[in-house]
Design a protein around this ligand. Structure first.
Ligand code: ARG
Length: 583
């Protein structure tokens, strides 16, 4: 079924054509009304056309309304002020729409007509270093974006661009050779926790000792040129990291295809060669680079993007250039979405500029960076442990779960309920993880956010526990009504109360919100929608008796409960958030 806004937009397009022979850009004619006083939707095009048509906006609006055929959907359109056209949905229309979404297992939301191949590049931790909260944000936001696009029916490839190649291995392997050689020859000799410590020690050695530096550099060259022994050591280290990463992905229920930096190694030489062919490559102090347009250093000279260092090594940018080509030519991507912290914005702008100038990006391909802010501690500084270390993700998730468990046990005691250990464990695990995810997704991702267990686990406010609680409650009501929602046959939806109308309209907007999230890639819009949904539901439930109502109102209201629960469940699942049936 077509979304209401899309349907009305279509009607307006036709009216514009009939009245003035104008073809408007799709999607430009209608916005949701800013205030319910003005109805549900608003069209402001009359003002914009006044100059071009040499008529007053009011006259244009009147002509449009005369040609506008929306009587199936709306009350007679009203013209307000200088020429705003206000549209109010008819109760009968809302009732039919509700019946349709009730009967559909996708709540009436169709899959897209033109399916795109979309690559979502997210998570991207670095081997041999532990994942930090920045990677957590990328993982949670990227997963949500992938879920929304998948739900729409796009062909999504979730790629994990792991940092598994490069200088850190030279350092690490050199260090382990002296400190702990077994790690390089025996599987499972190292847990990632140790690896991180070794990495720190290796880095220290690297910074202090020139001879060590030299050996480390040589080791990188050996690795990149395929030396057997070095490669074996590298494999072992990667495998070790992989085990630790997948533990976290399992915990978070995240699925990703690993295609790390090393994957592109065989393609790097061609990147440089082809840049040379296209005339962009310049040698500068022994390094191969492309001078960027619009980027200058302090002296005002153009900034180079280095694609091959003077020692022959390649870098992060070269790999991303190779990755773009592979994703376009081999994966046939139409849209490539990169989810990283805002600090990498320049990196992507530069890499894309070079790829564009080299002619590697067809006009039909869309490249997007989805930046996000920092995670801060409650003191507003960068999120650290008490002792000043970066917070290990595993510890963070474990703490969220154990705090959720403590909250639950306290509540059970207060309510004098006894529950099995299995129940407590299951609910705490789900609530703890949900809380971390929801806290991240409900913020506008571009700003920094303060990490607070207390806030994210609170039962009040825009939090996961609040949303889960709303879901459980609504489910409870429809369960009590003992209605077989799957076999309702023909029901008569009856909307009476103002709060019922408000809830109905909100329920019918899910498809608009999903479109919006897939376009703007802002998951907080979906959180906000779900939060408002539960508030609108509460207002309805306060005002309108459900189980006590007379038929046909009773069934109609039970359907409203059922639709609310299903909308919450679907919306939360697109955020990667699991629901519980009791809590
Ligand atoms: N490994 C990188 C980091 O830790 C993220 C990778 C992002 N993806 C990309 N194609 N560059 O910052």
């Amino acid at each position: 079924m077509k979304s209401t806004i899309a349907h009305l937009e279509n009607c307006l397009q036709e009216a514009l054509k009939a009245a003035f022979s104008i073809d408007a850009t799709p999607g430009s004619l209608l916005v949701p009304a800013s205030n319910p006083k003005f109805g549900d939707y608003q069209c402001n095009v009359a003002m914009a056309l006044s100059k071009q048509l040499k008529q007053s906006p009011r006259a244009i609006a009147e002509a449009l309304v005369q040609n506008l055929q929306v009587s199936d959907t709306c009350e007679p359109p009203e013209i307000a002020g200088p020429g705003f056209i206000n549209l109010t949905l008819k109760p009968a229309y809302l009732e039919t729409q509700l019946k349709q979404i009730q009967a559909s297992d996708r709540l009436g939301i169709e899959t897209v007509k033109s399916v795109q191949k979309v690559i979502v590049d997210f998570s991207g931790p670095n081997t041999a270093k532990e994942m930090h909260v920045g990677h957590l944000r990328s993982t949670i936001i990227g997963d949500c974006i992938a879920r929304v696009l998948e739900f729409q029916g796009h062909d999504v490839l979730r790629l994990n661009h792991i940092g598994d190649w490069g200088t850190q291995f030279g350092m690490l392997i050199t260090y382990l050779k002296e400190a702990y050689p077994e790690a390089l020859t025996t599987a499972n000799a190292l847990a990632l926790g140790d690896l991180t410590n070794f990495y720190k020690q290796a880095k220290q050695r690297f910074d202090e000792d020139p001879a060590f530096q030299e050996t480390a550099r040589l080791t990188v060259v050996q690795l990149q040129s395929g030396d057997k022994e070095t490669l074996k050591a590298w494999h072992l280290l990667c495998e070790q990291s992989r085990i630790a990463f997948s533990e976290i992905y399992d915990h978070l229920d995240i699925h990703l295809v690993e295609r790390g930096e090393s994957f592109y190694n065989p393609l790097l030489a061609d990147v440089v060669k082809d840049l040379d062919k296209s005339g962009l490559l310049v040698e500068d102090q022994g390094a191969q680079c492309v001078f960027l347009e619009g980027f200058t250093n302090k002296e005002g000279e153009p900034l180079p993007l280095i694609v091959q260092k003077s020692d022959g090594g390649y870098n992060y940018a070269t790999t991303d250039l190779a990755a773009i080509r592979y994703r376009i030519n081999q994966d046939h991507a139409d849209r490539i979405i990169y989810v990283t912290d805002a600090g990498q914005a320049n990196h992507f702008t530069q890499v894309w500029q070079v790829a564009r100038r080299a002619g590697w990006i067809p006009e039909t391909v869309q490249l997007e960076h989805v930046p996000f802010g920092f995670v801060q501690g409650e003191d507003g500084k960068k999120f650290k442990t008490r002792s000043g270390e970066t917070v290990r993700l595993k510890d963070l998730l474990d703490e969220a779960v154990s705090r959720a468990q403590a909250d639950l046990e306290k509540r059970l005691q207060e309510e004098e309920r006894t529950e099995s250990e299995a129940f407590i464990h299951e609910v705490a695990t789900i609530v703890g993880i949900d809380a971390v995810k929801y806290a991240d997704l409900s913020q506008n991702r571009t700003s920094n956010y303060i990490f607070s267990f207390d806030r994210m686990l609170a039962l009040q406010g825009n939090t996961a526990p609040y949303m889960l609680y709303a879901y459980v409650r609504v489910r409870g009501i429809s369960r009590k009504g003992q209605i077989d929602f799957d076999n309702l046959g023909s029901v008569d939806m009856v909307l009476k109360d103002e709060t019922e109308f408000a809830l109905a309209k909100h329920l019918l907007q899910l498809d608009e919100i999903i479109d919006e999230v897939s376009r703007d890639l802002l998951p907080n819009r979906l959180c906000q929608y779900l939060f408002e949904l539960s508030q609108k539901f509460n207002q309805f439930y306060d005002r309108c008796p459900v189980l006590q109502a007379e038929e046909p109102l009773r069934t109609s209201r039970l359907v409203m409960c059922d639709l609310t629960a299903r909308t919450l469940q679907l919306g939360l699942s697109l955020l990667g958030i699991k629901v519980v049936e009791r809590m």
